[in-house]
Design a protein around this ligand. Sequence first.
Ligand SMILES: [Mg+2]
Length: 225
Amino acid sequence: MKVCLFDIDGTLINTGKAGKDAMVAAFLQAAELTQIEHDLHLSGKTDRGIFGELFEQHGKSVSEENWQHFIDLYLAGLEKNLPLRQGTVLPGVTPLLAQLSERDDVLLGLLTGNVARGAELKLTHYGINHYFSFGGFGDVHAHRNNVAQAALEAALTHHGQAISPRDVYVIGDTPNDIICAQAIGAQSIAVATGVFSVEQLRQHSPDLLVSDLADLKSISSFILN
Ligand SMILES: [Mg+2]
């Protein structure tokens, strides 16, 4: 059995900043501030990690209560923003998911820094949520390597049988996606449709590197070898 674990932002979809803007607004409201003091870089991070970074940098308590308040505001803002932004499903994504989902020797899951509800809102808005039945999410873990471990465990639970980590493929658009694949012994497919270029991603030695997911033939032959 092969398992494909997909990142969301910059890999499957681009939300036209619906997520980032909702996150900044949620932070400012929850922290009772009017502006953000540091540049906010979200790529490859988890929602829990971003929360910790933001609150700590601004001298605010990284408490469970603040987390809950922040994430409730974020999810409400995200749901409102999604239909208002010019986002898109990235090239090749829909045909690749359609092709892989037809196979009975491939499982499709998520490995994302989004909280589970945020992932569901985004993917439902773009019409591709039904392809995924399990995943690792950013609700609990600040570090992506822990999310990768959780995604692998979710795949095992879903499948109900052993899966070799070498049969697991992590598809993502940032160095952190490549690093977390390596951390669980999985193979990485890096795609340059986010903020990182092919050259930047190459430095982290992914097992396969593509400019986008439109080259169905090389991606599926790499996965199905
Ligand atoms: Mg991403």
